[in-house]
Design a protein around this ligand. Structure first.
Ligand code: SAM
Ligand code: SF4
Length: 317
């Protein structure tokens, strides 16, 4: 479906839970989330209705996200049913990888086409610091499990954080020399009340090009990422710049939160409630939300923080 600014909306990010087995500092508060009551959250059937309604309006790609989608007990069934919805051509999932040794194969068998894995550092102490509770080795085993299960085009997403992992740009990019994976650097977005980072934490992706002048431009499309490649690498290095070069003009996505709110823009407070609606009403509300998708997300910096009104684990990234 085309919105009022002429953008073709084809991509749904569906968050299946706000809960997570990690506590990344830029994403959620240290004490986790105030667990909402079960009745406030979308059921599996409602999630599938959301996907069906979205597909009937022209959505062809769904990304399952969270919180951490793999802490959801029925995640394999959600993925399988999503992949079987008429009109859905691609199902992707974003994960911190910790539970992938258990889930990589079942997810692939369920029809998940691609995995994105979040990993901000290769240093065990720094990993424990940034995730507050995580063990680097668990994530590394998860990445290996994804490759072993036969997933192609695995993407590692690293949030670029000044004073934390700027010194690891080379070593993270080097992963593309060892493995057939893409490594994408993402500018950190200042969310609602998460993140004890000041402006020094917000590093533009231009820093990656400064550190790695040997990167060569790749003329291929990867959604919001600009693609580069190290000489003789097996995968690409991507730059995602929501702050220094927002991509709102070509944004093709909508988001649905685990509590059933459709967010036409990640950083806007506008939400459309879907839970409890009949299928036809869901479609009508969705069409209205898509048509009125905001033109852009407005200024984003440490003064103009996101207007999303939620932390990232409550939206899905
Ligand atoms: N738990 C899964 C994971 O970490 O991949 C999926 C949910 S997580 C909210 C989705 C993505 O959002 C991750 O790649 C994470 O790094 C990113 N993210 C979270 N907070 C962010 C922030 N403040 N700025 C930029 N990216 C952020
Ligand atoms: Fe959890 Fe993902 Fe947020 Fe980290 S980025 S706290 S893994 S939801």
């Amino acid at each position: 479906m085309i919105d009022k600014f002429g953008r073709n909306i084809t991509y749904l990010r569906l968050s299946v839970t706000e809960l997570c087995n990690l506590r990344c500092r830029y994403c959620m508060p240290a004490d986790g989330v105030c667990k909402k009551s079960h009745t406030e959250m979308l059921t599996e059937d409602e999630m599938i209705d959301v996907v069906k309604a979205a597909a009937s309006l022209g959505i062809t790609k769904v990304r399952i996200t969270g919180g951490e989608p793999l802490v959801k007990k029925n995640i394999v069934s959600i993925c399988e049913r999503t992949a079987n919805v008429d009109g859905i051509e691609e199902v992707c999932l974003t994960t911190n990888a910790v539970l992938l040794p258990q889930y990589a194969k079942p997810l692939r068998d369920a029809g998940v086409n691609r995995l994105n894995i979040s990993l901000d550092t290769l240093n065990p102490e720094k990993y424990a610091y940034i995730t507050r509770t995580g063990v680097l080795e668990d994530a590394m085993q998860g990445i290996q499990a994804a490759l072993d299960a036969g997933f192609e085009k695995v993407k590692i997403n690293a949030v670029l954080i000044g004073g934390f992992n700027e010194d690891e740009i080379s070593s993270l990019a080097e992963l593309t020399m060892q493995y057939p994976i893409d490594v994408r650097f993402i500018e950190m977005m200042p969310m609602y009340d998460s993140g004890d980072f000041d402006e020094t934490g917000l590093v533009p992706c231009a820093k990656v090009l400064e550190v790695l002048p040997e990167l060569q431009i790749v003329n291929a499309s990867d959604g919001v990422a600009e693609l580069y490649r190290l000489p003789n690498a097996l995968g690409n290095v991507g730059l995602i710049r929501p702050i220094s070069a927002h991509f709102c003009g070509t944004c093709n996505r909508i988001r649905v939160t685990a509590d059933g709110k459709l967010k036409p823009c990640l950083h806007a407070s506008t939400e459309y409630a879907l839970k409890g609606l009949s299928f036809d009403d869901m479609k009508t509300v969705m069409a209205e939300a898509i048509y009125h998708k905001p033109q852009w997300h407005g200024e984003l910096d440490t003064i103009h923080r996101s207007r999303a009104g939620r932390n990232m684990n409550e939206i899905g990234g």
